[in-house]
Design a protein around this ligand. Structure first.
Ligand code: GDP
Length: 370
């Protein structure tokens, strides 16, 4: 029944009949676990808005409406894909308190220093125009964590409403579902949906003790996230299932690392000419080392095969070609981030590095997160 499928990007019902109307998705994508409408898809991958009358403005209106209240805003960020988590919209939240929650902490190495990570996240938020009053960390998959965050939210909201916002895939549904489990009552009665005035968006809302409400807002697409174009089986490989085990490579200039068939890093030049590279990727993307002058031929021959996958050959055929982007590393311990796939911490400054990643993916550098 088509009516029941909702776009996980913008929250509108999916339809497969009329591509000029909102919520259109090609029938072929209906068997994916995460379904987004074509508009969100194009917004996400090409940062362009097809002529379909709907909800980018709706989302902006929603934020503006929320901004005019004095509710507490809780924004979730995926610690494994921080770059892909920042919402496109500027922070229009005038009167609100913003609580930033870094999710999927369980994916980072156990040794991570949480206090340093919070400071790092706050700094990154400020640089992007968000002004959180506080930063918390959790794994939405752990009920104990969610209980702790819920009580912090309850304390910080001071009797006001709460809005949960975030990009798709940051774990918002997982978080909301855990919250719902904590309400011990009839779920059907507890959860209602409400719509925002003047928009096509609908929300789940949960009643809080004192008559206030907690609103789950639709996830919004961020075009810098990797994800989506892969067939479902391949998409799953991008979502790490457990703690990421960093893999360290000592490389000489003129050496290359491949990360499955999706990305490649060349150590072009640098002082020192030997450097260490710590790779944080899902376990399926164990780095494969080769000589730079052999890399193109290797990719040609093995992309999609056993040596350089995921993704498999079929999936690779529909993924945009790998595009080269060049970087110079100015500081020791700099991360090169391939959003949604992983990152590489370069040990020493002075390295010249080329990264190859699918065309629409914007590779960036940052101060090391760990
Ligand atoms: P939403 O699009 O923001 O609603 O995100 P989902 O709740 O659907 O989660 C996206 C993916 O992240 C799913 O594969 C979840 O299983 C996974 N996920 C969510 N929270 C966590 C977490 O705390 N830890 C881990 N390891 N995975 C999580």
């Amino acid at each position: 029944n088509e009516e029941k499928i909702i776009c996980s990007g913008c929250g509108v019902p999916i339809q497969t009949k009329d591509s000029s109307q909102m919520g259109y998705a090609p029938p072929a994508v209906l068997d994916r676990s995460v379904i987004i409408c074509q508009r969100c898809f194009r917004l996400k991958h090409y940062n362009e808005t097809p002529d379909v009358p709907l909800e980018a403005e709706d989302f902006q209106k929603m934020l503006t409406t929320v901004g005019d209240t004095d509710a507490l805003i809780v924004m979730l960020v995926d610690l494994f894909d921080v770059e892909g988590s920042w919402l496109l919209q500027r922070d229009d939240l005038k009167n609100n308190k913003l609580l930033l929650v870094g999710n999927k902490l369980d994916l980072l190495p156990h040794s991570v220093n949480e206090r340093r990570l919070k400071t790092w996240l706050k700094k990154d938020a400020l640089q992007r125009g968000w002004k959180p009053s506080d930063v918390l960390l959790m794994s939405a998959s752990k009920s104990g964590d969610v209980k702790r965050i819920a009580s912090q939210i309850d304390e910080k909201r001071k009797g006001k409403d709460v809005y949960i916002i975030g990009s798709t895939n940051v774990g918002k549904s997982t978080f909301i579902n855990q919250l719902i489990k904590m309400f011990d009552g009839d779920e059907e009665q507890l959860i209602t949906t409400s719509s925002f005035p003047g928009t096509t968006l609908s929300f789940i809302d949960l009643p809080l003790d004192d008559g206030s409400k907690l609103y789950d807002t639709p996830g919004v697409i961020n075009p810098k996230q990797m994800l989506a174009q892969l067939p479902q089986a391949e998409m799953a490989s991008l979502q790490p299932k457990k703690e990421i085990k960093p893999i360290v490579h000592q490389l000489q200039t003129g050496q290359t690392l491949f990360f499955g068939g999706l990305a490649r890093m060349d150590f072009i030049d640098g002082e020192p000419s030997q450097n260490h590279f710590v790779c944080y990727f899902p376990s399926e993307f164990k780095p494969h080392r080769t000589k730079l002058n052999n890399a193109a031929a290797l990719y040609e021959k093995h992309a999609g095969g056993e040596l350089l996958s995921p993704p498999g050959k079929d999936a690779l055929a529909v993924i945009p070609n790998l595009k080269q982007q060049s970087f110079y590393i100015h500081q020791d311990k700099t991360d090169i981030v391939i959003p949604g796939l992983g990152w590489i911490t370069v040990g020493k400054a002075g390295a010249e590095i080329d990264i190859y990643a699918p065309e629409h993916v914007e590779v960036t550098t940052r101060e090391a997160i760990i």
